[in-house]
Design a binder for this molecule. Structure first.
Ligand code: ADP
Ligand code: MG
Length: 365
């Protein structure tokens, strides 16, 4: 099911009686979510991810704009009638019910032509349970399950009604690191097997990047960039997006462009043809540095961390905004123990941003 968001906006009235400042939680969000894809909705806390999800689900009413499922305008439709499955961070299982009863619950309220026989309900419940691999745990209570298993029950409960759209709001946040990894792969597998259009909300860029067909990066209610994870990483539209994606994060410098050359701390480091003379903010991805003893970027060497396949070099540079620079170098290249380490730069890993509005300034490579 294709989902269309058209100028979707949500404004909350001020919570504070003294000030009249309203909160624009979601501002003019327009996007078509293609049928059968998994979309990662990504951004820092408070940027409007949950609000967007609740509007799609029908739990919250938009202040403006429209929502379509396929060609049907569902903006005024109640949550029950939209055919969405919702999964929250805190599982929200009924503690006094068994796993089986929890999964069956949404089916028992179906009325009219949707009403199912007991056998049909059980079959659906077991199919959903098998899909998330908890069919052996059907008679347990939620308190007898691990966090990861509880979240699987919540997913099964969302799937049992065969929703047209699956909405997941930070579903992995309560799990420990290893379970988070495992469960996110599970969610991807389930999504692929069922082909349900899925929106996955997270503040964790790595999580969103690893399982999404496309990511939507939000900031303060405004969509910053939409694209395939790799494309957004390789070609960020502004400094916010560049900084939000990637571990270790992008290295940021104060720089200057003059005569088509980029200068850091007065030293020419890269050709940037086509850019007008100006002060710029410079982002360099950790993998954008090449060890080069004659390279123009001479950095103070702090430490070298061996990580097996790669080596992480921690260094300093006068133009760096952060106290240290992190670069990732192939482990085959040896970093000599010395006071300094010198690099040349990979042009496609260097991004320039406007000092005025932090938007990207492109140069010809
Ligand atoms: P996220 O899920 O990305 O952390 P939310 O969508 O929950 O962000 O919130 C977006 C903004 O809207 C925040 O500034 C939040 O404080 C505000 N907000 C969310 N829900 C309400 C509400 N019911 N009333 C007033 N403000 C709200
Ligand atoms: Mg939220």
């Amino acid at each position: 099911m294709k989902v269309v968001l058209q100028n979707l906006t949500k404004i909350f009235p001020s919570r504070n009686k003294k000030s009249n400042e309203e909160v624009v939680a979601v501002n003019d969000f327009t996007f078509t979510i293609p049928d059968g894809k998994l979309i990662g909705l990504l951004g820092p806390s408070g940027c409007g991810k949950s609000t967007t999800l609740y509007m799609i689900s029908g739990l919250q009413k938009p202040s403006g704009g429209q929502i379509f499922f396929g060609d049907e305008d569902v903006t005024e439709l109640s949550a029950e009638n939209r055919g969405v499955g919702l999964v929250f961070q805190n599982y929200a299982l009924y503690p006094h019910m068994t796993v089986k009863q929890n999964i069956l619950f949404p089916l028992q309220n179906l009325r009219g032509e949707d009403k199912l026989s007991k056998e049909e309900m059980l079959e659906r419940a077991y199919t959903a349970a098998k899909l998330v691999q908890i069919d052996e745990l059907m008679d347990r209570k939620p308190s007898e399950l691990s966090g990861g298993q509880q979240q699987r029950v919540a997913i099964a409960r969302a799937l049992v009604k065969m929703p047209k759209v699956l909405l997941l709001d930070e579903p992995l946040s309560n799990l420990d690191a290893r379970l988070r990894l495992q469960t996110r792969e599970e969610i991807r597998r389930i999504q692929k097997e069922t082909g349900i259009t899925t929106i996955f909300v997270t503040h964790d860029q790595e999580e969103a990047m690893s399982i999404s067909d496309m990511i939507v990066v939000m900031k303060l209610g405004v969509v910053q960039q939409i694209g395939k994870p790799q494309d957004v990483y390789d070609d960020p539209t502004n400094l916010f997006v560049a900084k939000f994606l990637g571990t270790p994060p992008i290295n940021v410098f104060e720089g200057k462009v003059a005569g088509g050359k980029l200068y850091l701390d007065g030293v020419e480091v890269l050709d940037v043809p086509g850019v007008a003379d100006q002060d710029v903010t410079v982002g360099i991805r950790p993998e954008g540095f090449t060890l080069d003893e004659n390279g123009p970027m001479v950095c103070g060497l702090n430490s070298v961390e061996v990580m097996g396949r790669d080596v992480s070099v921690v260094s300093t540079h006068p133009a760096s905004v952060n106290s240290v620079i992190r670069s990732i170098i192939d482990a085959d290249n040896k970093v000599a123990a010395a006071e300094t380490v010198s690099y040349s730069l990979k042009p496609h890993k260097v991004f320039l941003f406007s000092k005025q509005d932090e938007s990207r300034i492109y140069f010809d490579i």
